[in-house]
Design a protein around this ligand. Structure first.
Ligand SMILES: Nc1ncnc2c1ncn2[C@@H]1O[C@H](COP(=O)(O)OP(=O)(O)O)[C@@H](O)[C@H]1O
Ligand SMILES: [Mg+2]
Length: 497
């Protein structure tokens, strides 16, 4: 790809980016969220047309106007959000869209070839399973098999490991090695330094839509890649943990049963204690009850049975009290903020009906603005003023607004649900620092995250959720990836070892 430029309304997503992937190599495409990685690869896959630039395959210039053109040129893509039909079977999904001369499809040869591919790449799926019922990891196998069924020579993966357990990630790595050994080429999009170091041969780094450089992985270090990715010197240090005093339970959940939106049990006979001065990390593949856990602890979802107490008071009595519970929700734009309200309004949204923000039914804007000014300073919020709509702030600064509002009064319990999702590195480390200082001042922190690395880096204790149950409760200091990985797959920790 040469000098690719792509502009969206108000955003220069790709600014003359060039990238070259050789036969039989894994090329990493590394950049922070919003750097333009997906856009660049969507162009290669024919989903977007570039404003300018050229694409060559095997030395020939090509125009890729649609995904079927891309496949014609031997290019396949495994998307971040799968493009499968949930109600069809694996086999039906795989042959979907392949032109056939016959009116009635004979599935037997297709099935045979699919099984052969499963065997060859050790990506096992049941051809007759309905795709919507498969675990996410296996859905990704279906996407990969679908591309291989079309015999693509270049396969793009868009942040594939974000939905995989550690063991599944290993499986993916093995499949990728086999593909490159056959002479196929892989473009591996990621913002995770560690996995880029592990799997790629070379790395292309982009930042803010611009090409920064391409280097051979063996000449790279995580630190060097991080600096290229964020454009300034960074330090990667493990944060020290102060010693815990005696345990004081803050959040106590007893025999809680709660269902998800479809009425399916999401937490089953769930028991959990989070103590003052500790970060309890909740690991697990997305969709194993994490969302429902956060929602019932903040009173947004009513358990069918069981009790939830914060410091001996019922959760329902304290949840609206900002000095008791602070909540950083998973979807800050929908649940955490009113995007069309100003920063200053968002900062008091939980207390607008209380002194000193209201008097005789009238909002006191001078007080509200003054409060905003002090919050902007205290939380180092980057905004032209408190009167700017929250919509116009960056993701990291939107998150700072949520944090400022939720944690300013020093709640005894903090609930942080996927608090770094979609944020860039600077903002992620800001959130991490916040959670650690909350813990250090004595708050109980329930920290739910699908990013295993951050759960392991921050947590004093870690529980692993699988289909609404706790597979193990382990010490954060000694936790290791493979043990947690086993639990993420549904194997409970064996007690006594
Ligand atoms: N379809 C689109 N319409 C408008 N803006 C978009 C679209 N797709 C991406 N963008 C913007 O382009 C930039 C790059 O996005 P993206 O390629 O998704 O980044 P990455 O994959 O590196 O996280 C972002 O600012 C994003 O908001
Ligand atoms: Mg992307």
């Amino acid at each position: 790809m040469q000098d690719i430029t792509k502009r969206f309304p108000g955003v220069l997503a790709n600014d003359r980016i060039s990238l070259e992937c050789k036969k039989g190599e894994v090329l990493g495409l590394l950049g922070e969220n919003g750097a333009g990685k997906t856009t660049l690869m969507n162009i290669l896959y024919g989903l977007h047309q570039p404003d300018s630039g050229r694409i060559y395959v095997d030395g020939e210039e090509v125009r890729i106007t649609s995904p079927s053109k891309a496949i014609h040129y031997g290019i396949g893509m495994v998307h971040q959000h799968f493009k499968l039909v949930d109600t069809l079977t694996v086999l039906e999904n795989i042959i979907l869209g392949i032109p056939s001369k016959k009116l009635l499809l004979d599935l037997a040869p297709a099935r045979k070839y699919l099984l052969k591919l499963c065997e060859e790449y050790e990506l096992f799926v049941d051809p007759d399973a309905e795709v919507g019922r498969l675990p996410v990891g296996q859905q990704q196998w279906v996407e990969i098999l679908k591309a291989l069924y079309r015999n693509v020579q270049i396969l793009v993966f868009d942040e594939p490991t974000s939905v995989l357990t550690p063991a599944e990630s290993d499986q993916l790595c093995r499949a990728i090695r086999r593909l490159t050994a056959e002479g196929r080429s892989i473009v591996f999009i990621s913002h995770k330094l560690r996995e880029v170091m592990e799997i790629t041969d070379r790395v292309t780094i982009i930042r803010d839509g611009k090409f920064i450089g391409t280097i051979p992985t063996r000449e790279a270090t995580q630190l060097k890649l991080a600096q290229m990715m964020v454009g300034r010197p960074v330090s990667i240090v493990r944060k020290p943990r102060p010693a815990l005093e005696e345990k004081k339970p803050v959040l106590v959940m007893k025999d809680v049963n709660v269902s998800d939106d479809r009425g399916v049990p999401a937490l089953k006979n769930f028991n959990l204690i989070v103590n003052a001065g500790e970060i309890l990390g909740v690991a697990g593949v997305d969709g194993n009850g994490q969302r429902e856990l956060a929602e019932c602890v903040v009173g947004l979802r009513k358990p069918a049975s069981g009790t939830i107490h914060v410091r001996d008071r019922q959760i329902t009595d304290v949840v609206a009290d900002p000095s008791f519970v602070g909540f950083i929700p998973e979807d800050r734009q929908k649940t955490g903020l009113v995007l069309d309200f100003s920063v200053s309004e968002n900062l008091i949204i939980k207390e607008y009906d209380k002194q000193p923000y209201i008097k005789n039914g009238v909002l006191k804007y001078p007080v509200i603005k003054k409060h905003a000014r002090s919050m902007i300073e205290k939380y180092n919020l980057k905004t032209p003023s408190g009167e700017v709509k929250v919509r116009n702030l960056s993701g990291g600064n939107q998150q700072k607004v949520v944090i400022a509002r939720e944690l300013n009064l020093g709640p005894v319990l903090d609930i942080a649900s996927q608090p770094t999702r979609g944020l860039d590195m600077g903002a992620v480390s800001n959130v991490h620092d916040t959670l650690l200082s909350e813990r250090n001042r004595g708050a109980a922190v329930l920290f739910i995250s699908a990013e295993l690395q951050e759960v392991m880096a921050l947590s004093d204790r870690i529980i692993v959720l699988f289909r609404g149950e706790i597979m193990g409760d382990i010490d954060g200091e000694t936790a290791d990836v493979s043990t947690i990985g086993q639990m993420m797959l549904g194997h409970p920790l064996e007690v006594g070892i």
